[in-house]
Write a protein that binds this ligand. Structure first.
Ligand code: ATP
Ligand code: AMO
Length: 463
């Protein structure tokens, strides 16, 4: 068996056996037909020409009767056409000797893959020439996700997602971090707020974990030093936005710190520079496939990630005429605006904003030693949108109790968490990354549903 993506001029005049999906079927005459087969992000043109030895008119008829998206095996010889082939990724043809249909798809597909793979530029061109092209809407794509996932851009998006997770694990392992799995069935909210999925745990009230927050800290109290987790995170978000899901993949990190929470920022810095370098170096084919359907500017990032203080960010926004509360959170618009200002001033799409006002951070965040109106915390942005929250944590049980009470949390519900800090707890900090957001923003995609295989949002639980 040869992969379609591996079919090239080096195999000219050689026999190959391939399996693919019939993307297009073009009858030319009773004696000739073309079938384009697709596998992953690659396509190749297969040619059936009636001859004495292998291909009968009956076989041509059989091939032209195939329904699109059927699974097909082809045995044939590789040939190099005189003119370049339009519309396939591979620049060789397969002269068919044998063709088998392994599994037939239904004749009327709810989504045509070629329509689903079109870029905005194709639609603009078609408008000028008067050509009628079919647009596939987001809901149709998600309703028939199995078909939608077959487009080259989608094949690429989830390969890149896998790569991001892979670099995350490899980098952290090389820095002495240990992978953990914390419970997802927990007794109460871990991030505060109402966005929790409640459930009945054998008669006890429980909920799905909003983050591994409390448990990753407890593992640090358990003496593990440096930990990470890749796992599902559940948020009962009410509103329908382009960047919130009700279930997403959290990439979480927690570590002891020796002197300053900037040690945590240093990990973010080196992890992401390594990740962006790796994606640019090793995912060229995938990035090209995404670019063909959703063109985007490559991400600009510095060798040493820019760190700005929240107060400096506020000042930049105010100087640009944006009204912001210096001790409040930034809304989505202000975050995006600051992203643009940072890009203009520092030539980067990726930066860390440090020292947030304490009032807008969760109860477990360490206040700044020099000014308790601020906190040892940070958010990280790509193209003006948040991908990470992180902070030094309160490791002193009395302060933790005071902070939880000040944030309106019933401390009885988190007693075992607070108690973990009574037996000698090291200073520590960490951060949480949203995997779908990293991929969405690295590729400048406009909706987080594009980077979730089967997105869960306030309106969607199937497929
Ligand atoms: P986190 O919840 O960890 O902070 P986030 O990206 O959801 O991550 P928030 O701090 O909750 O960010 O919110 C930042 C901004 O995003 C808010 O000020 C608000 O403008 C917008 N936002 C957050 N959640 C929602 C939502 N469910 N619907 C609409 N807008 C939202
Ligand atoms: P936070 O709530 O900011 O922090 O979440 C961390 C990161 O997760 C992503 N994220 C989301 N992605 C998709 N849909 C959502 N509804 C959603 N909500 C958040 C974002 C965000 O930056 N415990 C802290 C992290 C820490 O301090 O270690 C936490 O959960 O990319």
């Amino acid at each position: 068996w040869t992969e379609i993506g591996a079919l090239g001029a080096d195999l000219a005049c050689r026999a190959v056996l391939i399996r693919g999906v019939a993307q297009t079927i073009r009858p030319v005459s009773k004696k000739m037909a073309f079938v384009v087969l697709r596998q992953f992000m690659s396509t190749v043109q297969c040619v059936l020409t009636v001859d004495k030895e292998f291909v009968s008119p009956h076989m041509v008829k059989f091939a032209t009767g195939l329904s699109k998206e059927s699974i097909v095996d082809v045995e044939g010889m590789i040939s190099i056409p005189k003119d370049p082939i339009k519309g396939t990724t591979q620049q060789v043809e397969v002269q068919v000797r044998k063709l088998y249909c392994i599994n037939r798809s239904v004749p009327n597909l709810p989504i045509n893959i070629e329509d689903a793979a079109r870029s905005e530029t194709e639609f603009e061109k078609a408008e000028l020439t008067g050509e009628q092209l079919v647009r596939v809407g987001q809901d149709t794509r998600l309703n028939y996700r199995v078909l939608d996932l077959r487009t080259p851009a989608n094949q690429a998006i989830f390969r890149i997602q896998c790569h991001v997770e892979d670099v995350f694990r490899r980098f952290l392992r090389s820095e002495g971090f240990i992978g953990i799995h914390s419970p997802k069935l927990i007794s109460g909210s871990s991030e505060g707020g109402a966005a929790v999925f409640k459930l009945d745990y054998k008669g006890q009230p429980a909920c799905l974990a909003q983050s591994p927050q409390l448990y990753k800290q407890m593992v640090i109290c358990g003496g593990f030093g440096r930990v990470f987790e890749v796992g599902s995170v559940f948020r009962a978000e009410d509103s329908y936005t382009h960047r919130h899901l009700c279930e997403f993949v959290g990439l979480d990190v927690e570590m002891e710190i020796k002197e300053h929470y900037f040690e945590v920022c240093d990990i973010v810095d080196r992890l992401f520079v390594a990740m962006f370098d790796d994606l640019n170096e090793n995912c060229k084919k995938e990035l090209d496939a995404i670019n063909r359907q959703y063109p985007f500017e490559p991400l600009k990032y510095l060798r040493k990630t820019l760190r700005l203080n929240f107060q400096e960010g506020i000042k930049m926004l105010q100087e640009a005429g944006v009204e912001v509360d210096p001790l409040g959170d930034l809304n989505t618009e202000a975050e995006k605006k600051l992203g643009r200002l940072v890009r203009e001033k520092y030539d980067t799409d990726f930066y860390i904003l440090c020292r947030y006002p304490l009032a807008v951070r969760p109860f477990y965040t360490m206040p700044c030693y020099d000014d308790p109106a601020y906190s040892n915390s940070f958010d990280v942005f790509i193209r003006g949108e948040e991908i990470i929250s992180g902070a030094q944590r309160v490791h002193l049980p009395e302060l933790l109790t005071t902070r939880a009470e000040a944030c309106g949390i019933d401390v009885k519900t988190i007693a075992s968490y607070i108690d973990s800090f009574r037996y000698g707890a090291p200073p520590h900090g960490g951060f949480g990354i949203g995997l779908e957001r990293v991929v969405m923003l690295f590729c400048a995609l406009n909706n987080i549903r594009k980077t979730s295989l089967f997105p869960r949002d306030p309106q969607r639980l199937v497929p």
